[in-house]
Structure formats: C-alpha cells, structure tokens
Design a protein around this ligand. Sequence first.
Ligand SMILES: [Zn+2]
Ligand SMILES: [Zn+2]
Length: 375
Amino acid sequence: MKSSRQLSKIVNIFLHIIALVFTYFLLQGGSLIIESLPNRHTQTQLEDYLDKAQLDALDKSLDASNLEAETLSFNQQSVKTELKGLKDVLAIQQQNYKEMLASRYVTEDNQSNRQVEQIRQKIEQGRVAITEVTQKSNQLKQQLLQNQQTRNQIQQEIQDLKGEARKVLRQEQRSNTLKAFLIRLLFVLPLMAIAVFLFKRFRDSSYWPFVYGWGYFSLYAFFIELVPYFPSYGGYVRSIVGIVACFLVGRFLIHKLQDYLEKKREMEQRDEESRRSSLQNNERNLENSFEKIHKGICPSCDRKFVSPDNKYCVYCGLCIKRECQTCNTLQVSFNQFCFECGEPHREVQENEHSEEHAAEPNDGINSSPPTPSGV
Ligand SMILES: [Zn+2]
Ligand SMILES: [Zn+2]
C-alpha cells in the first residue's frame, strides 16, 4: 500500500479517495435500510395513552365547577355589600332612636311616641334582614367550600389519569428503545464482523480501499446508528460497554506491543546478514528501511542512532553506512547501487550470485559481524 514510486503515490491518493467514495455510497445504500429501522424519534405522545372521554368529562366538570365558583364568589361579594348597607342603615336608625327617646323625655309629646314605635319596628325589621342576609352569606360560604373540594377532587382525578398514562408511556418508550436497539444491533453486528474479518485478512491486499471503505461504513453504523440507541438503564449499559471496549482495545494494544517487542528481540538474536535480508526482502521493507535511516532510526532495532555519523547501530550491530567497494563513497548500506559510480552493491551481486548457485554454500563475504571494505 505504500510505495515511493511516483505513479504509485498518485494512484494511492486516488485509492484513498475511492475508499471514501466507496464509504459514501455504502452509507447512502445503508441509510435507506436504516431509515426503515425503528427510530428513537418516532416516540408516542402522552395523549396517545390518555382516556380521552374520561379526561374530557373531567375537564368539563372542572370548567363547570370553576364557573360555579365564580358565580358563588360574585354572589358572596354582593351579599357582603348588602349586609354592610343593612348594618349602616341599622346604625343610623339606632342613633335616631336614641335621639328620639331623649327628645321624648324632654317634650313629653304623644305624637312622638308613634314615631318612636315606627323606628323601633324598622330597627327590628333591619335586624331580621341582617340575620337573613347573614344566613345567606354563611350558606354561600359553605357552598364555596364544597365547590373548592369538588374542584380539588376533579383536579386530583385528572392528575391520577395523567400519571397512569405517563407510567404506561414510559414503559412503552423503554420497550420501544430496547426494540430499536436490538434490531439495529442485528443489523450493525454483521457489518462489524465482516469489517473485522476483512481488516484482519485483506487490509494489505491490493483491494485495501474496499476493505477500508467497508470499515469506515461499519464504524459509522456503529457510532452513529447504534451507540445513541444503547438503552441506558440508568447509565449501566453505557458504562459496561465503555469498560468492555476500553479493556478490549487496551488488551489488543498490549498484545501488539508484546508481539512487536518479541519480534524485535527475536530479530536481534539473528545475525546481521539475515536481518539485513529481511529488512530489504521486498520493496516495502526496503523503503521502510530507507525511511527509518533517513529519520535517524535503526531499521532493525528501531532505536535512535547515537550520532548521525554512526556506521553501525551501537545497540544491535546493524551496518547502516559503508563505502562503495568500487569508488569508496560513504553511503547508506541499503543502497542497491552506488549513487556515485552506479556500480551494484555487494548484496545485489550476491543475490544474483546466490540465485544462480542456490545450492552452493555461502562464501562468507556477508557473514556477521559485517566488515565493509576500506574501513
Ligand atoms: Zn539497531
Ligand atoms: Zn561507487
């Protein structure tokens, strides 16, 4: 997948684009399927679970009670006004009565006796009227109290009705979420499984853009179409998935690191020649080796050179630079040909030589430790 040849570079860029475009079309096709899957957002409303007729009846009786309360309050107000008026009149009459009595003593007028009697009767009538109106007021008070109780009861019933509906709605929502999640899981899991299989098997094959495209697609499906649907159960599922995912990724990385260290240790056991040949046994390895040397890293043990002028890695003894056998120019030991005189280097000749005489034993020119000529 990596190559320094110019055309390969350009084609690689296009292949990356193809991987993305491939992902895009997979997503377009996938979204048609995903749209038909149960959705978190198609949730039912509270109204769907309410007994409409019952609620309407309750609302109506509440309205009626409210109206009654208004009327009662209004009546109570006018009764109060009436009572106040009566009391005022009574007070005036009582005052008159007192004054008349006083004047009667003084005048001893028989005519005034009748007037006194009239006023006394009026006062009596006023008292009776006040008693009646007070009773009326008390009655109204009682009615208002009853009305308040009725209204409270109706409101309570409405609350209960809604509470019941809310409970049913919540259960329904929970089971809907779970259903949506499970169906999506059934859809996304095979995608992920295929992606893992393809990635393990074919990530380095020539068809890698499709492997990567499928991988992006399944990651998208996982994170965008599945993760938001994880049922929460108070956050337990999410934490458990998070913990398991961290553990799996961590374990994978730890194993990778151990494998890598094991591989390097095993490599360091081998002699320089065999290491060198595996570091340049194909185009990719060779280019990797050049790249590492360019960055100042030993391609065999991956440690940094002590000094850029080092001819050998001081950790593993790999020959990094040596002189051309023909013109003695110092250069990277992995060069296949001298950049100065163009002569093929020893391994190239050696490889050709050993291909011709594969059965013949090694003549020892390249045996370790390396002894480059002219040093
Ligand atoms: Zn080294
Ligand atoms: Zn040369």
